[in-house]
Design a protein around this ligand. Structure first.
Ligand SMILES: C[S@@+](CC[C@H](N)C(=O)[O-])C[C@H]1O[C@@H](n2cnc3c(N)ncnc32)[C@H](O)[C@@H]1O
Length: 244
């Protein structure tokens, strides 16, 4: 049976509904930010998914390649206009299974946290460092952990309630593994649907340490794609690491 530790698990379980669930997340500011860093070089998106960011980036004339573990997610990308012309490798982003060097590698929307151990995340940084050309850039977008979300390491949240349906999110938190396991439960006229998500969060300083061990140096950090200042109150960060 497929399990959380299977790299394809999340994508295979979410592919059919991923885009519908994320219509409210505007890729525009990320695309603008990333487009400014390509310097005409090769660009790689890890965890490219259904192409939410890669497709508008490619539409600007930038040559984007991708890696994703889930063939089902990539099938959705392929079905969209322009989706056929983006080369995608099906594989594990911790290993960055591509050849040649890139000017820019990016991994957005908390997707680094889909690698469920510190060792797997550190492996990803090391693999990215190997795939970058000298002076190349690795951009990540992650939330800053907020443990006040949990009461005794659990959380139940009503996400949406309509005349005919309810979406409830149920999570448990493992503070030692820094892992959050969630089911998004939809109840509607068709019955009950489970959408599972597991993440292993890292603190910004922990990410910087992994990057440093891989030979990447933090060059810039913002609270969002519009380059808002990053402060102790920021709930997410966009971090730019540079290879020496
Ligand atoms: C939250 S989605 C993000 C997709 C896209 N980057 C976006 O911003 O909409 C996470 C993606 O990571 C992929 N993924 C999860 N674990 C992976 C792994 N170990 N290697 C490659 N892709 C992985 C999933 O298949 C899914 O497409």
């Amino acid at each position: 049976m497929a399990e959380f530790d299977d790299p394809a698990f999340y994508g295979d379980r979410w592919a059919a509904v991923y885009d519908a669930h994320h219509t409210h997340v505007n890729p525009g500011p990320a695309v603008e930010f990333l487009a400014g860093l390509t310097a005409g070089g090769r660009v790689l998106e890890l965890a490219i998914g259904t192409g939410r960011v890669a497709l508008p980036l490619a539409a600007r004339g930038i040559t984007v390649e991708g890696v994703d573990a889930s063939a089902a997610m990539v099938e959705r990308l392929r079905a969209k206009p322009g989706g056929d012309s983006i080369p995608v490798t099906i594989g594990d982003m911790a290993q960055v299974p591509v050849s040649g060097r890139f000017r820019l590698v990016y991994l957005v929307f908390n997707s680094l946290f889909g690698l469920l151990s510190q060792a797997r995340q550190a492996e990803c940084f090391a693999s990215v460092a190997r795939a970058l050309e000298p002076g190349g850039i690795f951009v990540i977008e992650c939330f800053v952990p907020d443990l006040t979300r949990f009461d005794h390491d659990q959380r139940v949240q009503a996400r949406s309630v309509t005349e005919d349906s309810a979406i409830i999110e149920v999570s448990v938190h493992d503070r030692v593994q820094q892992r959050v396991t969630t089911q998004m439960i939809t109840l509607d006229g068709q019955g009950m649907h489970l959408r599972p998500v597991a993440i292993r969060y890292s603190w910004p300083a922990e990410l910087d340490l992994m990057a440093g061990q891989a030979g990447l140096r933090l060059a810039e950090r913002y609270a969002g794609w519009d380059r808002q200042p990053f402060t102790a109150a920021s709930d997410r960060h966009v971090s730019v690491y540079r290879r020496a």
